[in-house]
Ligand binder design. Structure first.
Ligand code: NOJ
Length: 736
């Protein structure tokens, strides 16, 4: 009996000990059991479903056999509680070491229930909203076996030709950093092991958005200073927010492709930023070191990738086929491989997969969660706040709900596919509320709603114009829905023109001629050059791609149930010839002066954008006054308080995004004409005034000086506060 009690106590103690072991100890204890082959298997990721990249291997893969024999550590594009459970069961019951698989997926703006595209959500200037959105996206995906999303995409983009501008938060590193941190928080929650949180992946590390000419996958080249100040900042913010993984980018910078960039993936990311998670390659990006011209074959590509710091190989087959030989030839050390395995196992432990490999595969929860009432409601809420009102002449918006007849016209008016945007592969377009649906449900049977497509998005036929014009003539107002199709932006979807495609502008001209009040509703994945529309059409609303509740959210705004307050996170050019055009540009030695020929300008176009960064209207009107600083002179290291009064001078309650910019007037290196340093969204009742206060902390004034030290330089500064990056009050201060 005594023996029995002792045995029970020992078992109990060892269980307790196992539970009390830190993740590091548990990772190490798994690592010591692993053969080299098993380690290399952990570094290998395949698509187990559809392709989200170039075809890399023609052999038919036996998914189950790969898992059974420990040749794969992760799958992407495998979803569903049922299927993931089936595969996980093989991993934890039939593979030698029972290491669970991590399932990844591009949950970029929703899983089944599509939310607005990221550029739209960034237009809310509301990080809490982005957190709510990504929280829901994680909840829905996690119930269907997904452990890990390849999001947020935090690439800064200053070139709207680049189709992937739709996936990020626009052109500004401060706004981009705030949104990056919010999305990481939303996806990962406070506890990665909870069954409704998933690991996030900040991508594409780095500089991918600076593709020359806006052509996807193209070379990026910029100064080290610009790299740190503009492109790396949102990644740093994601790392500081605890992001579990990063994905390296396809592009090269200064001759070094990211998948072979030791300086970036090890020195900056691990040594300087202390990142503890793992780095996954982009799809075949290790294999692409060959066409890049830095590796002669896949073996050399594998060597470059693992040594640079790419832990997991997505779809190149580089590691699985070559790492063992590279170790045998002593070109790659086992310690190097161990370090990568350790990072991957750590995330698997953090997700709780070793404790319960099936915790994300719950058919009941999956059914209850997908397209649930709460998620659908959330998509509508997020969508409304993502809308930007660009023009509202004579307050033609909001339209009256008592209106007798409305014509809903245009190729996007009743499209079920396009409002989903480019990353909506696992959504379901039957859940999409189109603008036509939204207007119908807003107005009910009392109004006569006429629909006419007018033309297709890209086609050249004007055959539909006649019936569209007739519909307009019969109506009291026209809602004209124009823009791009969902596949005109996103990956590999660059455009050389930023105009409305096809004959859409011509359609707008014909509808305009009817003399009816016209509202243009834009749906698009990038800033468009909409000069004619913006000059002639009295009301213009930018809606990007808003997801499944598009039509309801748009109708809420058009008929005044929601007062728009979005602001552009990216500049709208007048012409593609102005690109790159962004608000935080340098002054140059010859800023434009109309009286002097030898200054920086175009002979055939203004320098200014069509709509500046930070721009967006509301049905309310706001007035700014009394900009004041806590001091006009501070000591280096001291904070400065900035106050401004914002008054709602209209009869409608509304929200305003108050923006703070700073210019460092003289530096050891040139500084931008202004930089966003803070913002705050305030709600104001009619007639109400609020004093908005910002604190400029010393950190906010730091930049990379002539010696690349990140520091504040004493001197004179300008402070600007206002409603967008152009219409601003200003003041000055200096630092001793
Ligand atoms: C390639 C894309 O660049 C990346 O963003 C995505 O996550 C992967 N394909 C996986 O689908």
């Amino acid at each position: 009996m005594k023996k029995f009690i002792t045995a029970v106590l020992i078992i109990y103690a060892s269980i307790l000990f196992a539970q009390q072991k830190t993740i590091e100890q548990r990772v190490d204890s798994v690592l010591t059991l692993m053969t080299l082959d098993e380690k290399i298997g952990q570094l290998n990721q395949y698509s187990g479903g559809w392709e989200t990249g170039v075809r890399t291997d023609n052999s038919v893969r036996d998914r189950e056999e790969l898992v059974r024999t420990g040749k794969v550590g992760s799958f992407l594009n495998v979803i569903g509680a049922d299927l993931t459970r089936k595969i996980q069961k093989i991993a934890v019951e039939q593979s030698r070491l029972k290491i669970p698989i991590i399932f990844g997926l591009d949950v970029i703006h929703g899983f089944r229930s599509t939310f607005p595209v990221p550029i739209a959500e960034a237009s809310s200037w509301n990080p809490k909203l982005v957190e709510t959105s990504t929280r829901w996206q994680a909840t829905e995906a996690a119930s269907a076996g997904v452990h890990w999303t390849f999001a947020p995409m935090v690439d800064i983009a200053r070139d709207p030709r680049w189709g992937r501008i739709v996936e990020g938060s626009g052109e500004d590193p401060y706004l981009g950093s705030i949104m990056a941190a919010a999305a990481v928080k939303g996806f990962q929650g406070n506890d990665l092991s909870a069954n409704n949180t998933i690991a996030a992946c900040a991508k594409h590390f780095a500089g991918y958005g600076a593709a020359e000419g806006g052509r996807d996958y193209n070379t990026a080249d910029f100064s080290e200073r610009t790299f740190h100040e503009i492109y790396l900042r949102p990644f740093k913010a994601a790392v500081d927010a605890g992001v579990a993984t990063l994905m390296c980018s396809f592009n090269e910078i200064g001759g070094v492709p990211s998948s072979a960039n030791y300086e970036l993936l090890t020195k900056i990311l691990r040594d300087d930023w202390k990142f503890k998670g793992f780095v996954v390659s982009d799809w075949n990006s290790i294999g692409e070191l060959i066409p890049h011209g830095v590796a002669k074959d896949l073996k050399q590509a594998a060597e470059l990738g693992i040594k640079a710091g790419v832990d997991m190989d997505m779809e190149s087959n580089a590691y699985i086929r070559n790492l063992k030989t590279l170790v045998e030839e002593k070109k790659v050390s086992v310690q190097n491989i161990d370090e990568s395995v350790r990072r991957i196992l750590r995330v698997k432990f953090e997700l709780g997969l070793f404790d319960d490999p099936y915790k994300y595969c719950d058919e009941k929860r999956e059914k209850e969660t997908e397209f649930s009432k709460e998620i659908v409601e959330a998509t509508r809420k997020v969508a409304r706040e993502s809308i930007v009102l660009l023009k509202n002449e004579k307050n033609i918006l909001p339209l009256s709900k008592e209106i007798k007849s409305v014509a809903v016209i245009g190729p996007l008016a009743n499209s079920h596919e396009d409002p989903l945007g480019p990353w909506s592969g696992v959504s379901d377009s039957t859940h999409v509320v189109t603008v036509l649906d939204g207007v119908k449900s807003k107005l009910g049977a009392a109004a006569n709603i006429l629909y006419s497509q007018g033309c297709t998005i890209t086609g050249t036929s004007e055959d539909g114009f006649k019936s569209a014009v007739e519909s307009a003539q019969k109506a009291d107002a026209v809602i004209l829905c124009l823009g791009e199709s969902l596949n005109m932006s996103g990956e590999a979807s660059a455009r050389a023109s930023l105009d409305l495609p096809g004959v859409q502008e011509k359609l707008a001209e014909e509808i305009f001629k009817t003399g009816k009040p016209v509202v243009v509703v834009l749906m698009n994945g990038r800033p468009l050059t909409i000069n004619w529309i913006s000059e002639n059409i009295p009301a213009v609303v930018e809606t990007w791609f808003l997801g499944i509740q598009s039509g309801n959210a748009i109708a809420d705004v058009l008929f005044g149930d929601y007062n728009p307050n979005g602001k552009l996170p990216v500049t709208f050019p007048r012409s593609v010839g102005q690109v790159p055009i962004y608000y935080n540009h340098k002054n140059t030695g010859r800023p434009y002066n109309p009286k002097d020929h030898y200054t920086s300008y175009y002979q055939d176009l203004q320098n200014t954008p069509l709509y500046p960064f930070g721009y967006g209207l509301s049905y309310s009107k706001f007035e700014y006054s009394n900009l004041s600083l806590s001091s006009s002179k501070i000591k280096n290291g001291e904070p400065l308080k900035v106050k401004v009064d914002v008054k709602n001078v209209s009869s409608r309650e509304g929200e305003e995004v108050v923006q703070l910019y700073v210019q460092d007037l003289v530096g050891s290196v040139t500084r931008p004409v202004k930089e966003l340093k803070d913002f705050s969204k305030v709600d104001l009742k009619p007639g109400e005034t609020k004093t908005v206060e910002f604190t400029i902390t010393p950190d906010k004034l730091k930049f990379y000086d002539i010696n690349m030290n990140f520091t504040v330089e004493p001197g004179d500064f300008k402070v600007f506060v206002g409603t967008n990056s152009v219409d601003l009050l200003e003041s000055t201060f200096s630092i001793d």
